[in-house]
Design a protein around this ligand. Structure first.
Ligand SMILES: [Zn+2]
Length: 358
């Protein structure tokens, strides 16, 4: 298996919703430590590999986020059915009949299914209505609350989507849960890999934050801990290349290259930095999709307003079926975004930084 595909598989196979990112962090540490001069952590779980500049007074933070969307267990009823709260944004139509994993405090993984009614019993009216998330339940295949508890299920357990990582018909297309945003975690690792034998002229902190999906929370503490002069939030963006999506607001598509987000609901790209990125992309012949996301935001929303202000931009790849069990990305987009971010880091020094500021 190709290096990028293997790394994306490993990172999407582990489970971690906001506040429960332990497995992801441990895997990231294994990859980051050998290619960093030191490790920097914040107290909520964010982790970064630091590479020291040869010359230069400035620093850049490159961050994905480790959390994925999921649920937490809030109630087990007398028959052993499990009720939950959502963590991060979910649409009820993508949830029914999906498999999930409940991770117990001992780290045991229990398979569950979000149960649904068969169409035979639905009235014409019921068929038209999406079912309320509050009515949904997880079936782990037990008869009673006692049996569920004996299996290890407790209130507060993390629940994550379950689906197998697969390479699709065109082997550039991959499907998995949690590309949002293990994609960014993989990129942060691969940028350190790419630069491991390079001398760089800006201090580099490359890693990932926690709790993005619940309101860009971990990015605040990461920015306050690292105190960078410049930041790139690395996250997935929306692909508009499926039926019913095309023609709306953007033409971003899988295979079209990395996305550079000019504006979303929580941030506007720093203009000096954006123009510099345009030059880097041109110089290295990397096709970029310049994009805007009217709704939603990335960690850039928290990072750019931290400290005295941190010039920030979001770079990513387009993703289909975001926030579901079966997101799809293109591995060429991944590799080109690694190349783009790596070349940006290589291009930075004190003079370039000062020229970007206005
Ligand atoms: Zn997300």
């Amino acid at each position: 298996m190709d290096h990028s595909v293997k790394l994306l598989k490993e990172l999407t196979d582990v489970n971690g919703i906001a506040g429960y990112e332990m497995q992801v962090k441990s895997l990231m540490r294994d990859y980051i430590e050998p290619v960093s001069d030191s490790i920097v952590e914040d107290k909520l779980g964010g982790i970064f590999g630091k590479r020291n500049a040869r010359n230069g007074q400035h620093s850049i933070m490159i961050s994905g986020h480790m959390d994925e969307v999921g649920f937490i267990v809030t109630k087990i009823d007398k028959d052993g059915y499990i009720f939950f709260n959502t963590v991060g944004g979910w649409w009820n139509q993508v949830m029914l009949s999906q498999k999930v994993t409940i991770t117990t405090d001992d780290g045991k993984e229990i398979r569950g299914i979000i149960g649904s009614k068969p169409p035979h019993v639905l009235s014409a009216e019921e068929r038209k209505q999406p079912i309320d998330i509050k009515q949904m339940f997880i079936d782990i295949g037990v008869n009673s609350k006692e049996e569920a508890e004996k299996a290890g299920v407790e209130l507060g357990n993390m629940v994550t989507p379950y689906s197998e990582f697969e390479v699709l018909a065109n082997d550039k297309y991959l499907t998995a849960k949690a590309f949002d945003n293990r994609y960014g975690c993989a990129l942060a690792i691969d940028v350190l890999n790419q630069l491991k034998d390079d001398q760089i002229d800006i201090d580099l902190y490359s890693g990932a934050t926690v709790q993005e999906e619940v309101g860009l929370r971990g990015a605040k503490v990461a920015a306050n801990t690292v105190k960078p002069d410049l930041a790139i939030a690395v996250d997935v963006g929306i692909a508009y290349d499926t039926p019913g999506m095309s023609g709306q607001t953007s033409d971003s598509k899988l295979g079209g290259g990395p996305l550079v987000i000019m504006m979303d609901a929580t941030s506007i790209a720093h203009q000096g930095f954006r123009q510099h990125i345009k030059e880097v992309a041109n110089k290295h012949h990397i096709d970029v999709q310049w994009d805007t996301t009217p709704g939603g935001g990335t960690d850039a929303g928290s990072i750019h307003v931290a400290n005295e202000g941190i010039p920030t931009i979001t770079i990513g790849v387009p993703l289909r079926y975001m926030h579901s069990n079966v997101s799809v990305l293109n591995v060429d987009d991944y590799n080109h975004s690694v190349k783009l971010v790596t070349e940006i880091v290589r291009s930075l020094n004190d003079d370039v930084y000062n020229q970007m500021m206005w």
